[in-house]
Ligand binder design. Structure first.
Ligand SMILES: Cc1ncc(C[n+]2csc(CCOP(=O)(O)OP(=O)(O)O)c2C)c(N)n1
Ligand code: SF4
Length: 341
């Protein structure tokens, strides 16, 4: 629909008429606003955009987008999204999920969508808690987190969403923060440009049930020393002026080194970021950079090319048609071993 693509749209065109029902101060508001802001810049007609979610506070997202959308069943958004892309690969399909929806009940579905490299964007809002069901611990909750379901503190070892995505063979992996509008918009655009599964972890505050877990990354005063902003081809440097530091690797083991403001970081041994590194082990080391020992990497950790599921599927369909003709569903159903009751 090339004519529709030329129609000028603005942020408001992507705002639905539904009342937004999140708690005051929820990080989801900022994520919604940034997604709505980015949409007109992507050049995709609204009728070709689909938001698919599971269950959770985050999963209310499709109601608020003036696009097509499915609020599906718990953890199953990736399965629905795969079906949508398989039947209509031209659609821009966005999966919205939470750490509970995506990594508890939906962990299996998320795994298979990522490993197949279905051309979708996965936005995982990580608030390290089940929000909708009023504050039980989730697979990303820190050890010791006291919740209604862990009154003495969580004892499970948490999953890191980035390491999970990497382990599933993700071709695009990024992390951003709910309150950093500019950064989030850049990451969303990159995710959309990527051909294949683009996995984005969005650090999201739940002020009601897990307030403050991302404080040091959200607060502008502490963000520079607690986050490592990744830029392809740039050294892994962080910290405010006068307190610059860099990340060096020795036999694949990362360490923090101090830098003077006028040091050449590369000469000092600081690693240069390569989001296209063919070996996943590079992004694997970045994924191990966790607070409080290291700054948390934000930006694009990995962006590599692999055939997409839809392309391979379509190629198989095309070659079957070329070999055997278009086929006849009715004839197929009535062929072979059929019987009448
Ligand atoms: C089959 C099934 N099991 C359990 C639930 C209850 N449930 C609803 S949302 C949710 C977890 C939501 O947590 P998360 O994905 O982190 O989203 P948030 O609400 O924090 O955005 C659970 C366990 C359900 N709706 N369906
Ligand atoms: S419970 Fe938490 S995640 Fe859910 S809407 Fe309220 S603040 Fe947001």
């Amino acid at each position: 629909m090339a004519a529709d693509a030329a129609v000028k749209v603005s942020r408001k065109d992507f705002v639905s008429d539904q009342d937004v029902r999140w708690c005051p101060g929820c990080g989801d508001y900022s994520i919604l606003a940034n997604v709505q802001r980015v949409m007109p810049e992507l050049g995709v007609p609204r009728e070709n955009v689909v938001f698919v979610s599971g269950i959770g506070c985050s999963s209310r997202f499709p109601y608020y987008m003036n696009t097509y959308g499915f609020h599906t069943i718990h953890g199953r958004a990736p399965a629905f999204a795969t079906g949508i892309k398989a039947s209509n690969p031209d659609l821009s399909v966005w999966i919205v999920t939470g750490d509970g929806d995506g990594l508890s009940i939906g962990g299996n579905h998320l795994l298979h969508t990522i490993r197949r490299n279905v051309n979708t964007q996965i936005l995982l809002f990580n608030n390290k808690i089940y929000g909708l069901t009023k504050g039980q611990y989730s697979p990303t909750s820190d050890i010791g987190t006291k919740t209604k379901s862990t009154p003495q503190g969580a004892i499970d070892h948490p999953i890191d969403p980035i390491s999970f995505a990497l382990g599933c063979g993700a071709t695009f992996i990024a992390r951003t923060i709910d309150v950093d509008a500019k950064h989030m918009q850049q990451v969303l655009k990159r995710a959309h440009e990527h051909k294949g599964t683009a996995f984005v972890e969005i650090l999201q505050n739940c002020p009601v049930f897990n307030d403050g877990i991302w404080d040091e990354l959200q607060d502008r005063k502490t963000r520079a020393q607690s986050s490592l902003v990744l830029e392809h081809g740039e050294p892994l440097v962080f910290g405010p002026p006068g307190e610059k530091k860099g990340i060096a690797f020795s036999s694949g083991i990362p360490s923090v080194i101090d830098l003077a403001d006028d040091d050449d970081p590369v000469a000092k041994g600081v690693v240069v970021h390569d989001e296209q590194a063919p070996a996943a082990s590079y992004a694997g080391v970045l994924a191990t950079l966790q607070r409080p020992d290291f700054p948390l990497p934000v930006g694009v950790l990995r962006a590599v090319e692999k055939p997409t599921y839809e392309d391979d599927l379509q190629a198989q369909v095309d070659s079957a048609i070329a070999e055997r003709g278009k086929g006849d569903l009715k004839a197929l159903l009535h062929s072979g071993d059929t019987w009448q009751i």
